[in-house]
Design a protein around this ligand. Structure first.
Ligand SMILES: [Mn+2]
Length: 304
């Protein structure tokens, strides 16, 4: 049975591209491994796989007992494959906060960088291996996606260094390709409000409150805001069905670098954390583009 490698549920570009890159790395190291995905692709990732002519990884929902797995770009159980507790985790490569307990000792590679693919690029080097042109392109794309073309506060010198190295292998003008790729990912005209909310949504716990934080990138906040009422309805449903305290949607302007934060449900924590006017449902957060660095930690701190 092949080892399976995958990123988180509701996969973003990093989760898909890092899984495919990890599969290439492990294959070069002589392992029998297959990249899979835990959900549908977003537009941006579709554009990327198309651009580099890479086959779509197979969709899975759960793993069999004793299945050997490698996890990339996540570690929290709620974001991972079903039946993970009965699988055998060989390795986790991630750049998110750790929320993990395991029955057996496992291998972890965590770094405080902006993208999992940055770590995987380093793993190639540490093993004296060079990724193929296409896989270098995928890893470059993941770094551009997670760091919003190096503009996110999560971006580190290491991300830029690896991205430039990968761009050379892939023979790509990363500034131009990066903007095209990011913009390709922002079109939502053909999407329902529910699809918009679920595109890049993650569950979190803040103290004793549970919530979801979704993010949608755009080049025009009003394009999304004009559908606010529809979105609020979807978020209210989500709160009811999943018994959440509140639901957030980050509407992030990737050109001007700022986020309109839409808050539905119990607004107390958002008020305390971001100074949301309790009579409104949105607050504009200048310079905020990162859920991981600028939304989740302040909420966690305010809740504790
Ligand atoms: Mn990532």
């Amino acid at each position: 049975m092949s080892i399976l490698v995958f990123g988180h549920k509701n996969p973003d570009t990093d989760s898909i591209c890092s899984a495919i890159a990890m599969a290439e790395l492990q294959t070069k190291l002589g392992k029998d491994i297959k990249a899979v995905r835990l959900g549908n692709l977003n537009k941006e990732t579709e554009y990327i796989l198309n651009y580099f002519n890479i086959e779509l990884p197979e969709l899975i929902e759960k793993v069999k007992d004793e299945q050997e797995v490698i996890l990339v770009d996540h570690n929290e159980k709620g974001q991972s494959v079903d039946n993970r507790d009965n699988s055998k985790i060989l390795l986790i490569v991630d750049h998110h906060k750790i929320d993990l307990s395991t029955a057996d000792p496992i291998n972890l590679r965590f770094e405080t960088v902006g993208c999992t693919s940055t770590i995987i690029a380093k793993l190639f080097k540490e093993n004296n291996l060079v990724p193929s042109k296409e896989i270098a392109g995928l890893m470059l794309s993941a770094i551009i996606s997670d760091t919003l073309l190096f503009k996110s506060p999560t971006c580190t010198d290491e991300d830029i260094k690896q991205a430039k190295y990968l761009a050379e292998i892939a023979e790509i003008d990363y500034e131009k390709y990066g903007m095209d790729m990011l913009i390709a990912g922002t079109s939502v005209d053909d999407k329902t409000a529910e699809e918009i909310y679920n595109m890049d949504m993650k569950p979190f716990s803040f103290g004793d409150q549970t919530a979801t934080v979704a993010q949608v990138n755009t080049v025009n906040i009003n394009d999304i805001l004009k559908r606010k009422n529809e979105l609020i309805k979807v978020m209210q449903e989500k709160i009811k069905n999943d018994k959440l305290s509140f639901a957030l949607l980050m509407i992030t302007d990737i050109v001007n670098k700022g986020t309109e934060l839409l808050v539905v449900g119990d607004k107390t924590l958002a008020n305390k954390t971001f100074g949301l006017d309790m009579s409104k449902d949105t607050v504009y957060l200048e310079g905020v583009v990162s859920r991981k660095k600028q939304i989740v930690p302040p909420l966690t701190n305010a809740a504790n």
